[in-house]
Design a protein around this ligand. Structure first.
Ligand code: SF4
Length: 483
């Protein structure tokens, strides 16, 4: 008998029968627990972006509902899940290397079930590779991992052979449990997939077409979060600005922002990631009116050259982008703007790069995330023949970082002496006496703090600033911005 390769449609007609499988797996786990005298452990490795982190919280919730308890080491687990990333070749190699290390665990404990899911394993060639070269991996499925785990686990535990499933864009199940890493801040996925096909990006190929969650499901989850004391909610999606388009009801992201903002409570509302072509005035107006929306807008530019934006298939140009920024600043003068920039995209000349530097100087972002273009197999940009030499990419990257650091430093100096409201995350990794948190504008702030601050808003008087952080001490004075 060969290993099983199936699609969602063949497994569960409506894609949403997972509660039934949770009960079936729970029965098996109860039996195993009675025999072993202890609860089985689940260990989850998460690679990649915030969407994967959110998916892992859902994987953990589903695993707990089936009777597993979270453990800190794979050696202690009966269920090991690798939630992989495909954004770059390097990310895939990293995930494969971690999966490779599980071989000895399977040898020690043949009953352990090993699952690989996420964006990397949504690609057929990677599934084939895992099938042939990683025989100890039991279940391989794509980015719908958390949505289908109970069903596939049940089948494996019931004696079926290894299972390989490619995503087929079926319905996203609702009401499955979530085990959140933090109580005071939360990811809240509003949609899955992407329809944009930027020429450098693998996401539409591995996460499928856009699927928006129903507003009532999102609002119910947001209300529950706020009711449980959550103070910072980040709405997640590959392109949140196009939220709702596939629902066909006219309900859009601006409406979602307004409706979540109407929930009573002291919380901040964030979102990521935006696409400039879909960042409408209606959305900006909704943000400006909201007393919950954080004063931070991450608007990935990617390049300041119209020629390169076209080659990237971004579907906006310099002028549109600058118009959007001008309107955001007109409606919210205190907003912090951040962006993503890719340097060295195929065909990028010195003039194109100059256009990027020019737009950075004009907009003066609070911060940017800069990336050196690396060809991603399976995307059109990987096959473009005018690739930029490595040393040129490095030089441009360094020039970009130098310019941006100087701008960030100047912008942050403005906070010197002011009082900012910080949601405390806890002690810094390098100095346990210093606690860190974020402002509404997403600035990182460090101050001498205490355990009780974690998860709470604290006012901090800024005494020193750097390009990447503000430093100060707690104060009873009111913050200039009370968000
Ligand atoms: S908008 Fe473009 S870059 Fe963002 S996920 Fe979609 S295809 Fe990728």
């Amino acid at each position: 008998m060969s290993d099983t390769r199936e699609t969602r449609g063949e497994l569960v007609g409506d894609g949403c029968g997972q509660q039934h499988y949770i009960s079936l797996v729970s029965e098996i786990i109860s039996q195993q627990t009675a025999e072993a005298g202890r609860l089985p452990g689940v260990y989850i490795m998460t690679f990649g972006c915030q969407q994967n982190e959110a998916d892992s919280e859902r994987l953990a919730g589903v695993a707990e509902a089936m009777g597993y308890v979270m453990v800190d080491r794979p050696e202690e687990a009966s269920l090991i899940i690798a939630n992989t990333c495909a954004v770059r070749e390097h990310a895939e190699q990293k995930a494969l290397s971690h999966i490779g290390r599980l071989k000895h665990i399977k040898k020690e404990n043949p009953a352990a079930v090993i699952v690989a899911c996420g964006c990397m394993t949504a690609q057929e060639h990677r599934q084939n590779e895992l099938k042939q070269r990683y025989p100890y991996v039991d279940i391989v499925l794509g980015s719908s991992g958390w949505q289908r785990l109970p069903e596939l686990l049940y089948r494996r535990l019931s004696g079926e052979r290894r299972l390989f499933c490619l995503d087929d864009g079926g319905a996203v199940p609702e009401n499955l449990p979530v085990r959140r890493e933090f109580s005071y801040k939360a990811w809240l996925p509003v949609m899955y997939g992407c329809d944009n096909y930027c020429s450098y990006c693998i996401v539409p190929y591995v996460r499928g077409r856009e699927q928006s969650r129903r507003p009532e499901d999102i609002l119910a989850e947001a209300r529950e979060l706020v009711g449980n004391g959550c103070r910072d909610i980040t709405l997640l999606g590959q392109n949140v600005n196009s939220y709702g388009r596939d629902l066909g009801t006219g309900y859009d992201f601006a409406q979602l922002i307004s409706d979540i903002s109407a929930i009573e409570g002291d919380f901040r509302l964030r979102f990521m990631t935006s696409h400039p072509k879909d960042a409408t005035r209606r959305l900006v107006d909704a943000l400006a009116k909201s007393d919950k929306a954080a004063r931070h807008f991450h608007l990935p530019l990617q390049s300041g050259s119209d020629k390169i934006l076209k080659a990237m298939n971004r579907r906006y140009n310099r002028a549109n982008y600058l118009d959007t920024v001008a309107y955001i600043r007109e409606r919210m003068p205190d907003i912090a703007l951040t962006s993503d920039i890719i340097v060295g995209f195929p065909g990028e000349t010195d003039e194109d790069f100059e256009d990027t530097l020019d737009i950075i100087r004009r907009v003066r972002f609070d911060m940017i995330f800069s990336f050196v273009f690396s060809p991603r197999r399976g995307t059109p940009a990987a096959d473009m023949d005018n690739q930029v030499p490595g040393e040129v990419k490095t030089q441009r990257y360094l020039a970009l970082v130098e310019l941006q650091n100087a701008i960030s430093e100047e912008i942050n100096k403005r906070f010197q002496g002011s009082v900012v409201r910080v949601l405390c995350d806890g002690p810094s990794k390098t100095d346990k006496s210093m606690y860190g948190g974020r402002t509404s504008g997403n600035k990182i702030v460090y101050y001498p703090g205490e355990q009780a601050d974690i998860g709470n808003f604290v006012n901090v008087k800024v005494e020193r600033t750097e390009a990447f952080a503000l430093y100060g001490t707690k104060t009873g004075e009111p913050a200039a911005d009370n968000r």
